[in-house]
Design a protein around this ligand. Structure first.
Ligand SMILES: Nc1ncnc2c1ncn2[C@@H]1O[C@H](COP(=O)(O)OP(=O)(O)OP(=O)(O)O)[C@@H](O)[C@H]1O
Ligand SMILES: [Mg+2]
Length: 352
């Protein structure tokens, strides 16, 4: 098939999966461009793993199609195309299970062979990917002796040992310590810069906000939002601006009032009564604004004109993603299905 959108490498079209009478995923459509990292978010049971299994052909869609780019053309994934197309894809879905008596070298060589990696290069490739995750000293040790995090890391590299163009990673950072999470974050960005396309699901909003180009939020099997964090924020017209002053004012309420009067005309939000609040935990002032970059610039300029010494002026991506996530889950479900609202809020961990 020829196509105009030659930068699209995965195209999900009206993908649905029905288990009995229950739709785990319903009419899910999105296109992913080459070199993008897509962060798939959603509460437990939302349909993330089911979607990823359909992309990886571990599950056959009830209806809808998965298209994957191969040699310049988008090809429909069917049972017949399975092996040949799936070589372009690496996936880690749920907990990786390995035979305890095998070593990383044996496991990774096996996966590389299975996925058609050139035989002569397997040895050096296995060493290369083991180095990527800092398990050099463990290459010949039995995985039965590995910790949970080490197995998880091994699972990640077993998905990419054959150097696939597309990676589908279901919660790759779950169970990893902060240092290992950071290593994986770096690895994902490195792969992205090599032109790999990555579909990543996670409950760790920070990890996702640091690497993902676009966010897909799924709830009750439906795609609720799909865009950059920045665009989603400006659509929701409500962002948080962190303002830390050089010295903590003696009278916080007076400073708050002052900031409120300076900032309020420039936030682009008419119907909000209180714009500035003080976060006593982090000792910073927080202003709500409409997420527009021009407004953000105006606010900074006003603060400088008023000789207020600001040492940090930023939109915290994680907390804004968390806000967005919660809003999108609650809001859109209300529109679509009022009966499901309570259930959705509960599953998203939102307390009334
Ligand atoms: N094989 C199956 N048979 C029946 N129902 C299933 C099956 N697999 C998944 N489901 C159901 O489909 C829904 C979506 O499950 P899925 O595993 O895709 O969620 P998830 O978003 O990955 O959740 P989590 O964040 O907990 O991993 C859930 O309600 C689940 O119970
Ligand atoms: Mg899952």
């Amino acid at each position: 098939m020829t196509d105009e959108n030659s930068d699209i490498v995965i195209s999900l079209r009206n993908l649905s999966k029905k288990f009995g009478d229950f739709y785990a995923v319903s009419n899910f459509s999105l296109d992913v461009k080459k070199g993008e990292i897509i962060g798939l978010l959603g509460p437990n049971g939302a349909g993330k793993t089911t979607t990823m299994k359909m992309i990886s052909r571990l599950l056959i869609p009830s209806t809808g199609e998965v298209w994957i780019r191969d040699n310049g053309n988008l090809e429909l994934l069917t049972n017949r195309s399975k092996d040949y197309l799936l070589d372009h894809l690496g996936f880690l879905i749920e907990n990786p299970a390995f035979y305890d008596h095998m070593t990383p070298k044996q496991i990774l060589s096996y996966f590389a062979r299975l996925k058609g990696y050139p035989k002569k290069k397997i040895r050096s490739r296995v060493e290369e990917v083991i180095n990527m995750i800092g398990l050099e000293g463990w290459i010949d040790k039995k995985v039965g002796t590995f910790s949970k995090g080490m197995r998880q890391k091994l699972g990640i590299v077993s998905a990419l040992v054959h150097d696939p163009e597309i990676l589908v990673l279901d919660e790759p950072q779950t169970g990893l310590d902060p240092k290992a999470r950071r290593e994986i974050r770096k690895l994902l960005l490195k792969l992205k810069h090599q032109g790999k396309t990555i579909f990543l699901s996670s409950h760790l909003l920070y990890e996702v906000s640091e690497v993902a180009d676009r966010i897909a939020i799924i709830n009750l099997g439906n795609l609720v939002a799909f865009d950059t964090i920045r665009n989603l924020e400006s659509e929701s017209q409500d962002s948080l601006l962190r303002i830390q002053l050089l010295t903590l004012p003696v009278d916080i309420p007076i400073m708050r009032d002052k900031l409120e009067s300076i900032i309020k005309p420039h936030v682009g939000m008419k119907n909000v009564s209180e714009i500035v609040s003080y976060n006593s935990d982090s000792q910073v002032f927080e202003a709500r604004f409409n997420g527009n970059l021009v407004n953000q610039g105006r606010i900074l300029k006003e603060l400088a004109l008023n000789k207020i010494d600001v040492v940090d002026f930023s939109v915290p991506r994680t907390s804004s993603l968390e806000e967005l996530y919660i809003k999108l889950l609650a809001g859109i479900v209300t529109e679509r299905n009022p009966v499901a609202e309570v259930q959705a809020k509960e599953s998203a961990g939102i307390m009334e």
